[in-house]
Design a protein around this ligand. Structure first.
Ligand SMILES: [Zn+2]
Length: 150
């Protein structure tokens, strides 16, 4: 059944498209609903996304495969515990690697879901125990289908 919370996820993409749907201010209720779909997409797409990040990390940092690690449990926990923030209208979301905040701005349902996945992919892949650069992470997110990074 198609509902207003149906998402269009292109084949091979971890992210939904942002093309349509009405925008509304983000609320705790809307965020709560988006978390379920974001967790599902993240889980389903983790294998694909890991390959993308892995390939980039090996080339960029010339490291061994065994030095690249992924923390799915932590990323899913950060999605589950994301909160709405009200002090910055210039961003869609932000993370410090521990907590995710989604801005109280006009977004479609798909954008909230995608922003949660975006923030969860920051600090998710570690090379020799450290996060990749933001630029590198954004590049990989774009490869994973992030509409704001491709
Ligand atoms: Zn980012």
């Amino acid at each position: 059944m198609k509902t207003r919370h149906s998402l269009n996820v292109p084949s091979g993409s971890v992210y939904p498209t942002y093309a349509s749907g009405e925008t509304q201010l983000v609320t705790e209720d809307r965020l709560h609903l988006a978390k379920w779909q974001a967790k599902q997409l993240f889980r389903d797409g983790s294998g694909t996304a890991q390959r993308t990040f892995h390939n980039h990390a090996v080339r960029k940092y010339r490291c061994k495969a065994s030095q690249i690690t992924f923390d799915d449990t932590g990323a899913l926990k950060r999605i589950a515990e994301a909160t709405v923030c009200y002090d910055d209208d210039d961003i869609l979301g932000r993370t410090d690697g521990h907590a995710i905040e989604i801005a109280c701005v006009d977004m479609t349902h798909a954008e909230i879901v995608g922003t949660l996945i975006h923030e969860a992919m920051h600090d998710w892949c570690k090379v020799k125990g450290k996060s990749m650069s933001c630029v590198g992470e954004h590049y990989c997110m774009g490869k994973c289908g992030d509409p704001n990074e491709s």
